[in-house]
Ligand binder design. Structure first.
Ligand SMILES: CC(C)(COP(=O)(O)OP(=O)(O)OC[C@H]1O[C@@H](n2cnc3c(N)ncnc32)[C@H](O)[C@@H]1OP(=O)(O)O)[C@@H](O)C(=O)NCCC(=O)NCCS
Length: 205
């Protein structure tokens, strides 16, 4: 319970960190799973940091293999601190290559909310990976963790991300004017939300 608050936390502190970060399956036909990042995934993170679309829309830059490895270490520290939870979207057979990233920033267990973030490397785009990964991770957050409200934010100039949000069931709730500073200036941002009781996959497409 929050000190001096009559309202109990939505999810008690320690609920995430007392377990190892789980591996989550995606639909079999994708041949992919969500798993924690490994030090050996540094090359995939470095590739993402060089991709113009990921740099533009995720504001994501990685300058060196060493920085990529540090970022992966930091992901594990954030899981332990229950501040973030970031998965690799990785091949479930063969080399286990990481082809994307998905996870939660701004986890607020007490208030019951978090923000989803994602990117897919160019070779794996256009096959429904982002939509399936968002649906799987949102189901996990609502049903297995017990969060109440999930949000998804993207620039209004990024229609692919808007489509991912709608297909995964995140309702468009409004536009945050000047919501985020990008490399080319301030962008208005769409705010999408998914709350307990909403249908995953939504029927909004
Ligand atoms: C946006 C992104 C995550 C989508 O990943 P993906 O696995 O290719 O997405 P999916 O295949 O699950 O679905 C994409 C949907 O967006 C649509 N789409 C793709 N580009 C589009 C565009 N320029 N305009 C409108 N819709 C677009 C696709 O047609 C598809 O919808 P459909 O299945 O109805 O045809 C990926 O392109 C990416 O990482 N982009 C660069 C970084 C980025 O934008 N990150 C998100 C920051 S909020």
């Amino acid at each position: 319970m929050i000190a001096n608050s009559p309202i109990p936390p939505v999810v008690p502190a320690g609920h995430l960190a007392r377990h190892p970060q789980p591996v989550l399956e995606l639909p079999h036909e994708l041949g992919l799973e969500l798993r924690p990042w490994r030090p050996s995934d540094a090359d995939s993170l470095l590739a993402a940091g060089q991709d113009p679309a990921i740099r533009q829309w995720n504001l994501f830059h990685v300058a060196s293999p060493e920085e990529a490895r540090q970022r992966i270490e930091r992901m594990h520290e954030r899981w332990q601190a229950e501040q973030g939870a970031i998965w690799a979207i990785a091949r479930s057979d063969g080399d286990g290559e990481a082809v994307g990233l998905i996870g939660w920033n701004g986890i607020d267990l007490t208030g019951g909310s978090a923000e989803i973030v994602y990117w897919i490397l160019p070779a794996a785009r256009g096959g429904g990976v982002a939509v399936e990964a968002v649906k799987r991770l949102s189901g996990w957050a609502l049903e297995e963790v017990g969060l109440h409200r999930l949000r998804l934010c993207h620039s209004v100039a990024n229609p692919a991300s808007c489509r991912v949000a709608a297909k995964a069931g995140y309702a468009l709730e409004g536009t945050m004017r000047g919501g985020q500073l990008h490399a080319d200036g301030w962008h208005d941002m769409h705010l999408h939300g998914l709350v307990q009781g909403d249908p995953l996959g939504g029927g909004t497409v």
